[in-house]
Design a protein around this ligand. Sequence first.
Ligand code: MGD
Ligand code: MGD
Ligand code: SF4
Ligand code: MO
Length: 745
Amino acid sequence: MPRTALRICPLCEATCGLSLTIDGTRVTHARGDREDVFSAGFICPKGASFGALDADPDRLRRPLVRRGGRLVETDWPDAFAAVAAGIGAVTRAYGGEAVGIYLGNPNVHTMAGSLYPGQIVAALGTRSVFTASTLDQMPKHVSCGHLFGDPNAIPVPDLDRTDHLLLLGANPLVSNGSLATAADFPGKLRALRRRGGRLVVIDPHRTRTARAADRHVAPRPGTDAALLLAMVHVLFAEGLTDPGETGAHLLGIEEVRALAADFAPEEVARYCDVPADDIRVLARELAGARRAVVYGRLGSTAVEFGTLTSWLVDVLNALTGNLDRPGGAMFPLAATARAPRPPAPGKGFRTGRWHSRVSGRPEVKGELPAAALAEEIDTEGEGRLRALITIAGNPVLSAPDGRRLDQALAGLEFMVSVDPYLNETARHADVILPPPPPSRSAHYDFAFSTLAVRNTVRYTPPAVPLDEGALDEPEILARLALAVLGQSGPDADPAAVDAQTIGRRLAKETADPHSPVHGRDAGQLAAALTGATGYEKRLDLMLRLGPYGDGFGADPEGLTLDRVLAHPHGIDLGPLQPRLPEVLRTPSGKVELAPPEIAADVPRLRAAVRAGAEGDGLVLIGRRHLRSNNSWMHNVPALTGGSNRCTVQLHPEDAARLGLADGDLARIKGDGGEITAPVEITEAVRRGVACMPHGWGHDREGTRLESAGREPGANVNQLLDGSRLDPLSGTAVLNGFPIRMEAAR
Ligand SMILES: Nc1nc2c(c(=O)[nH]1)N[C@H]1C(S)=C(S)[C@@H](COP(=O)(O)OP(=O)(O)OC[C@H]3O[C@@H](n4cnc5c(=O)[nH]c(N)nc54)[C@H](O)[C@@H]3O)O[C@H]1N2
Ligand SMILES: Nc1nc2c(c(=O)[nH]1)N[C@H]1C(S)=C(S)[C@@H](COP(=O)(O)OP(=O)(O)OC[C@H]3O[C@@H](n4cnc5c(=O)[nH]c(N)nc54)[C@H](O)[C@@H]3O)O[C@H]1N2
Ligand code: SF4
Ligand SMILES: [Mo]
């Protein structure tokens, strides 16, 4: 008899509640869970293909270990022994610093990825930490770090209550939203229009989202920082700034005025290729709306001036009185966050506490740029990386210059990958540790509940029990943390890893006069935790010490894991609430609107504006497809084909100039190399722009991605050599970099 089970979808940031139909151990159907308090039944084609993805025959079921040059199946004890031996040999010879770690995007989509990597890094004692953040949102962390004192205090657009939404470099009708967790983005945009609100989109591509907008402005890629600074200029010049009630929490307004002084719309119009009057209208409409919000995504972060652009998004919100008020940009309060403490000045945010060895890039949030990973491995000298751990990442396709990284990985002394696929990156590993499919994994969104446009709490235990002999990913990562310390034998106890974190957190809380458990006995509290597994106990701990928690009895009505389990469709915790000044950790205790680190980057922008556009050359931008996700969903036939193809889109005028017809094969050249791709001519991209998706290039030897290999596509990141970065955040410029193009053959 088929049964149903609930599962929060881990496939994008929308975190929809799914209702799975399960026959035996197989997911035969997935639909949106109409009773889900957050998503109310919304689902997209990826969620609907949950069963196919879950049962992909190419998923690894058992660990692989390299023997005589070949990857062969083995059992878990043998795999962890191989990890302990391989990492041990490198750390003994060169120290823990010689082991790097790369954490990919799905770490924010699994419980394990949120709970254990920190402990693995600590066990290694390495500063060579690389993540997908420096291919993505790191500029936002940096700007929020400086503005609010906490790089994780990221305000999100209050979609349900705004009257004016200005989207910058975001395509939520395809991506389903990012750094703004909202199930049913399409429905929320329709609701905005229905209540008389306006949608404005700034994007060089006339995307699906841009087509749904009241106003679409298509600037030259990479120029948004100048455009936004010109909007700031207009606000001051026309007396339109009105910070409202948040004004009391703002420092640096006059400094911002000075920074914007020589960015009048006329000064930037040519550079941005947007008429000065249009920039004025954007500023006036934003200031004139009752409740408005500016929100930027990948086209605002993975760009040449990513940190400046991210900063200006929130400067505009603050100057128009829309920061921290309903309908504006608000700070979520997740159930697993630490319970709020009384406002107090903090230590502030600092980068560059150490630098990368080869290019001297500053550390940001404890990370070095993913674009610098290859050079840290293949450049001779002391401190060179000799071993690498990758968890849920595919940097060979996702990061600049995959060919160089490919070669670098092949030269490592040891590599271990935690990944369900033998893909372009994992094929270099000496040991692959495969997590079970998502139906076998529990789910709680630690990361995305801090970015959700409404506060809710939801947890789904595994929908299907683990297969015989399989390990869940929390246990894999806990055992990996132990193996790194040389503990891989029968005595290695993964529960000790959880117990250690629980003990540490409770020691801190019981000593903190502002904690609900101040002065209580940590051992007794630990013993009171419920949960069938270590990760469930950790979830219980966080919920109970969180803003809505029971505080171990302090508030008997408060949240516990048991209470959340009793509400399988989730518990609604209400709309977002103002959080200033409690959320701030700046030394001043204020929002520091003109941080010196950011102000110091404005001259670089001024110089770019003065230099103007780099000739009339083409620049490349990315695009996503509703049925893709980065590099790892091209192996599911239900999700490929149709319009989900790796083509290079070009405006008809550019195509004509280059002598390219629709369907022609084009040769594309960039700093890092050349690729070929079929041309797709469309007026949707503006002149001077070529547009290609990433995550393709599945034609490498030694992978096990049968379906993806049939239509491999080309790796757009081969056009980059890893040297173009937003300097403040170390984020790769994936949008708006120069290329050349000609007909192939
Ligand atoms: N040119 C260009 N490049 C880009 C982008 C772009 O827009 N343009 N986007 C960038 C962005 S935003 C990002 S986030 C990065 C992503 O960069 P990465 O995170 O490096 O790449 P993904 O393709 O997301 O790889 C995810 C990996 O996780 C594995 N995986 C899937 N599920 C699980 C799981 O449950 N557990 C484990 N352990 N592994 C799992 C997959 O098999 C795959 O190997 O790419 C970036 N690269
Ligand atoms: N279906 C699907 N959903 C996904 C993903 C996926 O691969 N597929 N990936 C997930 C991940 S990891 C992420 S980070 C999010 C990303 O979520 P989004 O950022 O919403 O997605 P993108 O499609 O990358 O949108 C970026 C937009 O910026 C535009 N752009 C490029 N350069 C510029 C510029 O210089 N200025 C301006 N103003 N715009 C520019 C592009 O044309 C594009 O429309 O999506 C997530 N959701
Ligand atoms: S929108 Fe995202 S979370 Fe929702 S079903 Fe689709 S992939 Fe899953
Ligand atoms: Mo991303």
